[in-house]
Design a protein around this ligand. Sequence first.
Ligand SMILES: [Zn+2]
Length: 50
Amino acid sequence: METVQELDKTNVNIGSEIGDTCPVCRKGSVEDVGGCNTCTNCGAQLKCGL
Ligand SMILES: [Zn+2]
């Protein structure tokens, strides 16, 4: 039996909306930068043109 890692302990929401945790690096948070939802850590642009 393999141990399944519990992911709900940190209560993070991975997604592309403002305040979500970046799905690319899972370290940064998503914030609105120049009209794009951008990860503050790795700089990935998750959603633009809102
Ligand atoms: Zn990121």
